[in-house]
Design a protein around this ligand. Structure first.
Ligand code: PLP
Length: 393
């Protein structure tokens, strides 16, 4: 069967090859430590699970409105008011099957063939593919390490063409963990307002911030910026609910309406039970969110300090999310590998540690190391990398 062209141009996930290799080694009996996880390793808080069970027992097992349960939209509205001081109406919110699906649906309703979306590198792997699936063209702006991987207003200005429809801002960032300050966002926002570029603000790691850093949404900065921003968020990372698949978008009514119409013909609605769980996540105690944040911060401090002492690696200390994104170009040279991709493969084969190569994030000299795993596993993994590198120093 000849498949559609849109599938032919899909780039398979960069993590897949390394995950497959790690699985193969594990199946062969090797003790492999995977640092590729993109999800918190904690279980979903108990009261959220209880709310889902209660919803099932009460018969909330039927279709819901396509855009999400009104009660959940109300909780999301309260969350925006509480955390960002932002005010939204229900018609400005759509609940989707995870933040990923919110982004997918957004690009489907936003882009015509050839429309451009500016994506700063290093980027989350799904952005370019989702833009391409909607007929759009990703336009990359290189986030430089010396600028903490952040896009500057000048870079943004230079990337804008008459075909530019939107720019993606992901703060805190996957994979770099960097956070844009209010001043930086304001300067980027001014460029977007001057050129009529929609801002897609992916804030999924909002709650995972460290070292006293502050999360600011670009939509908070002025009513004009709010009007030109779609915020993407969800409970996956904040409440350790990746499998429940609840995310959402907030923004101008016309865009949200189009997304809701599209969802009505694709998913119908996000799972009813998961929506009740998300209501509990936002209306219930937030202490578990803070406890998980503290656990991540503790791990970050321990493993960051160990990693930067390993020959061949340099790394900016992340301020958010749960990844380290070190430059491993020198490490690859020391291990006599031509590319960092090759280095990652050799490290897995010999040290039995699985990292994610930066090539999938548009930054081929880097590796991503997730600390969403136990401190014990992290410390063993770092020790294995250290021994591997010291033998080559
Ligand atoms: C930057 C970023 N945005 C969105 C998502 C998707 O989140 P969800 O699990 O809610 O679809 C992820 C998940 O890895 C992510 O890293």
């Amino acid at each position: 069967m000849k498949l559609a062209k849109r599938v032919a141009s899909l780039t398979p996930s960069a993590t897949l090859a390394i995950t497959a290799k790690a699985k193969e080694l594990k199946a062969a009996g090797y003790d492999v430590i995977g640092l590729g996880a993109g999800e918190p390793d904690f279980n979903t808080p108990e009261h959220i699970i209880a709310a889902a069970i209660k919803a099932m027992n009460e018969g909330h097992t039927k279709y819901t409105p396509s855009g999400g349960l009104p009660a959940l939209k109300e909780e999301i509205i309260k969350k925006f008011a509480r955390d960002q001081g932002l005010s939204y109406e229900p018609a400005e919110i759509i609940v989707c099957v995870g933040a990923k699906h919110a982004l997918y649906t957004l690009f489907q309703v936003l882009l015509d063939e050839g429309d451009e979306v500016i994506i700063p590198t290093p980027y989350w792997v799904s952005y370019p593919e989702q833009v391409k699936l909607a007929g759009g063209v990703p336009v990359y702006v290189e986030g430089l390490e010396e600028n903490d991987f952040k896009m500057t207003p000048d870079q943004l200005k230079q990337a804008i063409t008459p075909k530019t429809k939107a720019v993606i801002i992901n703060s805190p960032s996957n994979p770099t963990g960097m956070i844009y300050t209010a001043e930086e966002l304001k300067a980027l926002g001014e460029v977007c307002l001057a050129h009529g570029v929609l801002i897609v603000s992916d804030e999924i790691y909002e709650k995972l911030i460290y070292g006293g850093a502050k999360h600011v949404s670009i939509a908070e900065l002025s009513p004009e910026l709010k009007e030109q921003t779609i915020i993407i968020n969800g409970v996956s990372k904040s409440h350790s609910m990746t499998g429940w698949r609840i995310g959402y978008a907030a923004g101008p009514k016309d865009i949200i309406q189009a997304m809701t119409d599209l969802a009505s013909h694709s998913t119908s609605n996000p799972t009813s039970i998961a929506q009740y769980a998300a209501i509990a996540a936002y209306s219930g105690p937030q202490e578990p969110v803070e406890q998980m944040r503290q656990a991540f911060e503790k791990r970050l401090d321990i493993i960051y300090n160990k990693l930067v002492q390993i020959p061949g690696f340099t790394c900016i200390k992340p301020q958010g999310a749960f990844y380290l994104f070190p430059n491993a170009r020198k490490a690859a040279d020391m291990a006599e590998c031509r590319t960092v991709d090759e280095f990652v493969a050799v490290l897995l084969e010999e040290a039995k540690v699985a990292l994610v190569p930066g090539s999938g994030f548009g930054a081929p000299d880097y590796v991503r190391l997730s600390y969403a795993t136990s401190l014990e596993a992290l410390e063993t993994a770092i020790e294995r990398i250290r021994r591997f590198m010291e033998a080559r120093a």
